[in-house]
Design a protein around this ligand. Structure first.
Ligand code: C2E
Ligand code: MG
Ligand code: MG
Ligand code: MG
Length: 283
């Protein structure tokens, strides 16, 4: 809550508190600077259909290319960005940039059905979020069908009535919705049915030890069959090995994402991969 503390209020806190507050304020100002100096980039990881091995879409993943510290991964700054409120301008930038890149690929004639973008809880609840999404689409010319927003269970379960209203408005626009890190949070099955969500992404923690862990196999296969009976697409995250892939295929999982196919790539590398699309088939 660094934002609520004015500069002059430092003296009222213990020195430890001062340090923590100061660190937050510095981080916030660094994040602000990163945005204006264009130090953020998006990398893209293929979302692969198990039907035909095609790259159906990509997930946009943010990286901070710090001038002296090098590449900083999102796990190290997204939480701070959320606490400081910087997630809103950063999230807006991510959405515009992802839509811009998707349209650039489509303009080049490359086949890309889905651009998936992560949305933080604070960002999802900010006033005017739906309008911002509409603005990103119209400014970049991307059709709403191509955009998929990834929300976590934590985000959607927080305030179910508010969530339902926002999700419905996005759905009416034609935007797709997917539940990220599925299985790690607490989703009520009733809401899963009520929310206009089209995809479940099985969290990587259940895929990691899939070959050796019978419990993870049971969980993954339960999510797959539940998703199928609710007519949802199920995607497994973090697929690294051919063995994991084979098990997921046997369970009837529809899509995968992971290092087995590709790590997240810089835009230029992703362009190359999309151009070589027919040669990707590999399992
Ligand atoms: P996520 O949305 O669940 O994204 C998947 C993460 O798993 C990515 O980490 C990706 O690089 C990693 N991953 C994919 N396949 C594999 C694999 O086979 N093995 C392993 N070990 N890891 C794999 P990344 O890029 O570090 O992002 C971490 C998290 O940060 C994301 O998890 C997401 O929650 C958040 N994030 C990333 N970009 C954004 C963004 O633009 N906005 C927001 N709000 N959050 C973001
Ligand atoms: Mg995600
Ligand atoms: Mg995920
Ligand atoms: Mg995850």
């Amino acid at each position: 809550k660094a934002k609520e503390l004015g500069r002059n209020t430092f003296q009222f806190y213990s020195s430890e508190m001062n340090m923590a507050t100061l660190e937050r304020l510095m981080m916030e100002s660094n994040l602000r600077q990163a945005l204006t100096e264009e130090q953020f980039v998006l990398h893209y990881q293929p979302l692969v259909s198990l039907q035909n091995g095609e790259i159906v879409g990509v997930e946009a993943l943010i990286r901070w290319l710090h001038p002296t510290l090098g590449t900083i991964m999102p796990d190290r700054f997204i939480a701070v960005a959320e606490d400081s409120g910087m997630i809103n301008p950063i999230g807006d930038w991510v959405l515009f940039e992802a839509c811009r890149q998707a349209q650039a690929w489509i303009d080049e004639g490359l086949q890309l059905r889905t651009m998936a973008v992560n949305v933080a809880p604070v960002q999802f609840r900010q006033a005017g979020f739906v309008e911002m999404v509409a603005g990103a689409l119209s400014a970049t010319g991307l059709v709403a069908d191509c955009l998929e927003l990834e929300l976590t269970e934590r985000t959607v379960m927080h305030d179910a009535e508010f969530t339902l209203g926002t999700l419905s408005a996005l759905k009416r626009m034609g935007v797709s919705l997917s539940l990220d890190d599925f299985g790690t949070g607490y989703s009520s099955l009733a809401y899963l049915k009520r929310f206009p969500v089209g995809k479940l992404k099985i969290d990587r923690s259940f895929v990691m030890d899939l070959e050796s862990d019978a419990d993870d196999q049971a969980i993954a296969s339960t999510i797959v069959s539940m998703g199928r009976s609710l007519r949802l697409t199920v995607l497994a995250e973090g697929v690294e090995t051919a063995e994991q892939l084979a098990l997921l295929r046997k369970m009837g999982c529809g899509m995968v994402q992971g290092f087995h196919y590709s790590r997240p790539l810089a835009a230029a590398e992703m362009t190359e991969l999309l151009r070589r699309q027919p040669f990707l088939h590999r399992d």
